[in-house]
Design a protein around this ligand. Structure first.
Ligand code: MRU
Length: 365
């Protein structure tokens, strides 16, 4: 996607050949700043502090993180150590493990002398694949927009969190069909949930959509149900950080409540995902997906631009108030109208997923 007329991905190899560059997402929407990751610890920190975030981008950063570790020491021990600290950096998005497994599988059989180049190449291919995958998700989701647009003018879509290009390498998952619908000349308007406590909707989704010229309106997280009751939402599309083999989806906290409201109001609720988000080893998302708990200060304090243009952080609760900051929740498959993948749209069920990924049929989890 373009920023200031220049095409950016969210992660790319540094020109010095020894680093990888990212957009520091903690500075958006107020400042566009890029950062250089030079070590595996830089990559871990970027993931943990959410300078990079979003399931596919977390995976891509971890892949390059392995490369950064191997540049210093390409031994078996170093590979094991780097794999483990990267894997532990955030618990919920399965793309992290998927990406690490992919790079490790490529480099482990090689002699240490060949590992650095192989890890670099594999990370690059993984990023290119992610772009192609998200583009295909966009094309498949576009068909839903076309169907709605033929019945009425502007398609009103609600999204939660940020599942746009900033969460991936480019395009995005949930936002890819929105960009394509807008580019195809369909009328689209997006209701953007602010997505407390980190405000990925207000800060990132609104920023992305604004840069691309897609009409949108930020709403407080509690507004969606009201809009659905009043016929102001044609469909919801969200992303997912982990999808179980039976189609339960784990996404940013608050997604479940939107799915309940959509179900009650017969509003289609779609989830857009790449294959790398499917965890074929588990079935029951509520019981089996580890839900990240983040520091309470993300909830009790808020940062924004003050009237003088500077960034300010303020406390918004009484001194000493305890806070619980659960970062994700699980939406059971029964509340999901369909899964939009790079291979097509399917029912949120084991059979639905297997119809698109038949190579998984009969495979042990
Ligand atoms: O905590 P985050 O910002 O990494 O959470 C991101 C989300 O929940 C996204 O909606 C999700 O990764 C979907 S993937 C594009």
């Amino acid at each position: 996607m373009k920023v200031g007329g220049k095409h950016y991905r969210t992660i790319w190899p540094g020109e010095d050949g020894t680093s990888v560059e990212i957009i520091d997402q903690t500075r958006l929407p107020h400042e566009f700043v890029t950062l250089r990751l030079r070590t595996v610890d830089d990559a871990v920190r970027a993931i943990q502090t959410m300078q990079v975030r979003g399931a596919p981008l977390i995976g891509a950063t971890a892949a390059y993180g392995l490369w950064l570790a191997l540049r210093v020491d390409a031994s078996d021990d170093s590979l094991v150590r780097a794999y483990q600290i990267l894997l532990a950096s955030r618990p919920t998005a399965i793309n992290l493990r998927w990406a690490l497994d992919r790079v490790r599988a490529r480099v482990r059989p090689l002699l240490p002398s060949a590992r650095v180049q192989a890890a670099f190449e594999e990370s690059g291919v993984l990023c290119d694949d992610d772009v192609a995958t998200c583009e295909a998700i966009g094309r498949n989701g576009l068909k839903l927009f076309k169907q709605i647009a033929t019945k009425k003018g502007t398609v009103e879509v609600l999204t939660h969190c940020n599942a746009g290009w900033l969460a991936c390498v480019d395009w995005g998952t949930a936002l890819a069909p929105i960009y394509m619908a807008h580019d195809a000349g369909l009328g689209v308007h997006v209701w953007v949930d602010e997505t407390r406590p980190r405000n990925q909707g207000a800060s990132l989704t609104a920023w992305e959509l604004g840069r691309h010229g897609v009409p949108h309106t930020v709403i407080a997280d509690n507004v969606g149900g009201h809009l659905m009751q009043h016929g102001q939402v044609d469909l919801c599309i969200v992303g997912t950080d982990r999808t179980t083999a039976r189609g339960d989806v784990c996404n940013k906290i608050g997604t479940y409540l939107k799915a309940l409201a959509a179900h009650d109001n017969r509003v289609p609720f779609y989830v857009a995902l790449p294959h790398s988000t499917i965890d074929w080893t588990i079935q029951d998302g509520v019981a089996e997906i580890p839900i990240e708990e983040r520091p309470g200060h993300e909830l009790t304090r808020i940062t924004g631009r003050d009237d003088d243009g500077g960034l300010t952080t303020v406390q918004i609760v009484p001194d000493g108030t305890p806070a619980a900051n659960f970062a994700f929740d699980v939406t059971p498959a029964r509340l999901v109208t369909g899964l939009i993948t790079e291979r097509g749209v399917c029912q949120a069920s084991e059979e639905g997923l297997l119809s698109l990924y038949p190579e998984r049929r009969g495979k042990a989890a």
